[in-house]
Write a protein that binds this ligand. Structure first.
Ligand code: PLP
Length: 404
């Protein structure tokens, strides 16, 4: 029984930094899809940034084994020893480098890896270069800690960041650059040569590079898989890699990722994490560490997913190009098609969000508006959806907009 008569009705007012955060536009699109579905409507959801495959059986089995073996307690906040050493060995062997376990810190997905790397590097007032279009989360983390996102518009170069663009945007306040290749939302892949030049330009100016390698393996020939782990030590010391198992092995719900950065940075990351998530789930770490030793099964699982994404891309992108008012570049990586719909704006649509709304209202197709990625006038279509859904979406869009 409350005896005080001085207690008022609570008015929750978020702190300034949280209030200023913009909700994720990708999650907003997913919410719209869920609402339609719950009212019994069949939705063609092309908004999701999530593989539509199940996690490979051998990884599930490894997690069950780890659980039964009793890996159910805290691990060190930087991650279990075997997780750190197996990631270090895997990257060293596959990317011809020399990564030490002390340079690896486990994280609850690529998102937390990025959060950890950014929050331990930037002070308020620091400038952080972000190529645009960008993944929605990058500027929100940077702003949350009081640093300043400086966008580099890559549209003039078909969404490919160059070392010259970075050099032109850098100032004496620039502390970091966040690069994401293969890119969400554009699907573009920076060549290994250009990536090296970008890091060189940054290192010369004492700018750290945060390389988001969430889609590391989602690269279609002739583009090549490239990890910043393969940079020479003089360059790699300026880079933190944010890695993730989410897309690679279709493990989005498991929440497991990692950073690879110099020891001093990794220590700060582990410290920060010890006061937040503590560490990712213990038996998930053990399962992933073990999975890295099952090279053949890993390769087979990845190859079968990649083949299917490639098949879908090769159908979907040319089909989108034939739709009236749609322009796009063939993406070399990830599983997104980033469509320029600006021609449709001359035909009566106010902006790309209005085009997305029309797709939703007239055909129950859910896509993500480009404005959230810093590119009004564009729509992001995910082809992490079945061929059947992609074909249905294409035939509906032909009906709505006509063909060229
Ligand atoms: N980076 C990019 C570019 C992404 O698209 C995503 C997820 O969509 C992530 C990082 C984070 O993924 P996760 O936290 O599931 O590893």
């Amino acid at each position: 029984m409350v005896t005080s008569n001085k207690i008022k009705a609570a008015q929750f007012v978020p702190c300034r930094n949280s209030a200023a955060m913009v909700s994720s536009s990708t999650l907003a699109a997913a919410k719209k899809a869920a609402e339609l579905r719950s009212s019994g409507i069949q939705v063609i959801d092309l908004s999701v940034g999530e593989p539509d495959f199940d996690t490979p059986e051998f990884i599930k089995d490894l997690a069950i084994k780890a659980l039964k073996q009793g890996y159910t307690k805290y691990t060190p906040s930087a991650g279990a020893e075997t997780f750190r050493s197996n990631i270090a060995r895997y990257f060293s062997e596959n990317f011809d480098s020399d990564i030490r376990p002390t340079e690896v810190v486990a994280a609850c997905g690529g998102k937390q890896a990025l959060f950890n790397a950014i929050c331990t590097l930037l002070d308020s007032g620091d400038e952080c270069l972000i190529p645009s279009p960008y993944w929605v989360t990058f500027p929100e983390i940077v702003k949350f800690i009081g640093a300043k996102p400086i966008f580099i518009n890559t549209a003039q170069n078909d969404f490919l960041l160059t070392a010259e663009m970075v050099a032109a945007a850098a100032t004496d306040k620039t502390r970091a650059l966040i690069v994401n290749s293969p890119n969400n939302p554009s699907g573009r892949v920076i060549s290994p040569e250009e990536f090296r030049r970008i890091v060189e330009v940054c290192a010369e100016r004492e700018i750290f590079v945060i390389a988001d390698e969430c889609y590391l393996y989602f690269v279609y020939p002739p583009a090549r898989v490239f990890s910043a782990a393969s940079l020479e030590p003089e360059l790699r010391q300026w880079v933190a890699i944010a890695g993730s198992f989410s897309k690679t092995f279709s493990m989005t719900g498991w929440r497991i990722g990692f950073t690879i950065a110099c020891e001093a940075w990794s220590k700060e990351i582990a410290k920060l994490q010890s006061h937040s998530a503590t560490h990712p789930t213990s038996f998930v770490q053990i399962a992933c560490a073990e999975a890295l030793c099952h090279t053949d099964e890993m390769r087979a699982a990845l190859d079968s997913m990649l083949q299917e994404y490639l098949r879908r891309r090769d159908y979907f992108v040319p089909a989108l190009k034939r739709i009236n008012g749609f322009e796009l570049i063939m993406p070399e990586g990830a599983f997104y098609a980033f469509v320029d719909v600006r021609q449709l704006l001359q035909g009566g649509f106010a902006n790309s969000a209005a085009v997305a709304d029309a797709l939703l209202a007239e055909a129950h197709i859910v896509v993500t508006d480009g404005a959230g990625f810093g590119s009004d006038g564009f729509l992001r279509f995910s082809y992490a959806a079945s061929m059947e859904k992609l074909e249905k979406a294409v035939s509906e869009m032909k009906r709505i907009f006509g063909v060229k």
